[in-house]
Ligand binder design. Structure first.
Ligand code: GLN
Length: 522
């Protein structure tokens, strides 16, 4: 049976619970333990797929095609784990399950109640088998939120069910700094821990977010009020890069605290993978500028995984990648004067699409390294069909009804006027021999994640290839173009999928690594 670590947060939201939880996982992994991660969000949306990216940043997609918030991306990147729809569970989904069971008569006429029916359902998700040594569960929201209370009750019961010594409660709080008196205030932390205790949960370790290290006196004071040893009061220092956080915790012997709690040997860990990133951050390296031609720049974190993947590719290539945000809605070729590579990311709707088509065309005609992602591949094909093949009205039916539909909804998807359902999650892609795609991936078949509705119509394959744009990746049934490239170009590659979802800081991702390498050599 795995051991469980529950991570809750108090005082304010956005303290970085996800990053803290992932860092605990990194410390465990560095000692050879396997970990799995789950996120519970008390809100009532049934899944995050319908939540506005304007509020929540990018929609992240798991291998099994579940649309989640971007925290799951942190976990996959940091820990190399593969998460699924069972690892991102909202309050809405719990109630949905319970009410459906009630309608089916599963409860045999019993009165359906928060305890035990809702709590049992939450515990069932928490306890789904993982075959790992540890399961880290992040409970979203802030202690004291009305909808979160039932989750706290459930984790309290869960600890009681499996034995308290198999469970560790970690609580993240904030110690505000008062400039005038030069003091770090501990009262909000005390109140938050007390709030947790009202739900029957004694925190075993505190992560106190603070602009400077807590003094030993401050740790002792918090420990005294919060009923735990001063050693277990850890400073969660503000750092300029999230990858430094595991090291901040390592220095404060957080693993030893976990080991002590669970009765494990306090062995040393191998943190070299993360230390390499720390060193890279301060290394004096050449700068490689990538122009990202997009339209969601005003939304924080809209391109989270993409920016991460470019950062990772910089680590692999020993360059610092600078992202130049180029607004597709008023694209001007002059914007590309100082870039080393052009990337057109995914997107939905016609706003800004002309600029994206122009950007793909500019990269093509100026021999500038180009990478297209999802919509980025579609616009590269549209530009090529219009300006090289000579079909002036080539377009996607997403943007025009009266066009030559080189991009269209294909029969694998439900049809409907507004388009069918999205193709979501991981799909295999066969790679053609002798192509750039093959050199980039070093593989004959790959698997990448999708989130789109439209496809390049395979019937234009011969026409495209005759003119010099080849389809280098195809769905195994040969029906859906998954990758295109222009062999006569220095580096021009695009995929119908989102490779950014599978990048990680330790190896990067083949496509991003090769793109940044090409841009750095420009
Ligand atoms: N809007 C395009 C489609 O639905 C591309 C989507 C995307 O880039 N993720 O096919």
């Amino acid at each position: 049976m795995p051991r469980y670590i529950f991570v809750t947060g108090g005082v304010v939201s956005s303290l970085g619970k996800g990053v803290s939880a992932a860092s605990l996982g990194a410390l465990l992994q560095s000692r050879g333990y396997s970990v799995h991660v789950r996120k519970f969000d008390p809100y009532l949306n049934v899944d995050p797929g319908t939540m506005s990216p304007l509020q929540h940043g990018e929609v992240y997609v798991t291998n099994d095609g579940f649309e989640t918030d971007l925290d799951l991306g942190y976990y996959e990147r940091f820990l190399g784990v593969k998460l699924s729809r069972n690892d991102s569970v909202s309050g809405g989904r719990i109630y949905w399950d319970v009410l459906n069971a009630e309608r089916r008569g599963d409860y045999l006429g019993a009165t359906v109640q928060m305890i035990p029916h809702v709590t049992n359902k939450i515990k069932e998700y928490i306890g789904r088998p993982t075959d790992t040594d540890f399961v880290i569960c992040e409970i979203g929201g802030t202690v004291g939120d009305i909808e979160g209370t039932i989750f706290l009750e459930s984790i309290r019961q869960f600890a009681n069910d499996i034995g308290r010594k198999n469970v560790m409660f970690v609580h993240l709080t904030l110690a505000p700094y008062l400039e005038q008196s030069g003091e770090l205030k501990t009262k909000p932390t005390q109140m938050s821990v007390r709030r947790l205790l009202e739900n029957g949960i004694q925190a075993d370790m505190l992560f106190v977010r603070s602009p400077r290290m807590l003094t030993n006196d401050e740790r002792a004071k918090i420990g005294m009020f919060c009923n735990l040893p001063a050693t277990n009061v850890i400073t969660s220092m503000d750092v300029d890069n999230i990858y430094k956080i595991p090291l901040v915790y390592e220095e404060q012997k957080v693993f030893d605290i976990m080991a002590m709690h669970f009765g494990l040997p306090a062995i040393a860990g191998d943190m070299s993978k993360i230390k390499r990133i720390e060193k890279y951050l301060t290394d004096d390296l050449p700068i490689c500028t990538i122009g990202v031609v997009g339209k969601y720049f005003d939304v924080p974190d809209a391109y989270k995984s993409l920016n991460e993947a470019l950062f990772h590719a910089g680590i692999q290539n020993n360059v610092h990648v600078k992202v130049k945000k180029i607004n597709a809605e008023n694209f001007n070729p002059d914007d590309c004067a100082d870039v080393d590579g052009i990337l057109v990311p995914g997107g939905f709707g016609s706003r800004g699409v002309d600029g994206k088509i122009a950007a793909a065309g500019f990269a093509r005609t100026h021999n500038i390294p180009f990478m297209g992602i999802c919509l980025g591949m579609q616009v590269a094909v549209i530009d090529f069909m219009r300006n090289v093949v000579g079909i002036a009205d080539a377009d996607s039916t997403e943007f025009s009804k009266n066009c030559t539909p080189v991009i269209n909804i294909m029969s694998n998807c439900d049809t409907g006027d507004m388009g069918g359902t999205l193709r979501l999650g991981a799909y295999p892609c066969d790679i053609k021999s002798g192509t750039l795609a093959e050199r980039v991936y070093g593989a004959k078949q790959i698997s990448e994640r999708h989130r789109h509705r439209y496809e390049v119509d395979i019937k234009y394959k011969d026409e495209m290839e005759k003119h010099g744009m080849i389809i280098s990746g195809l769905s195994p049934d040969g029906k859906l173009p998954e990758m295109v490239e222009i062999p006569s170009h220095k580096f021009f590659i695009a995929g119908q999928f989102h490779p950014e979802f599978q990048s990680n800081p330790f190896t990067g991702h083949p496509m991003f690594n090769a793109f940044v390498a090409a841009a750095a050599n420009k």
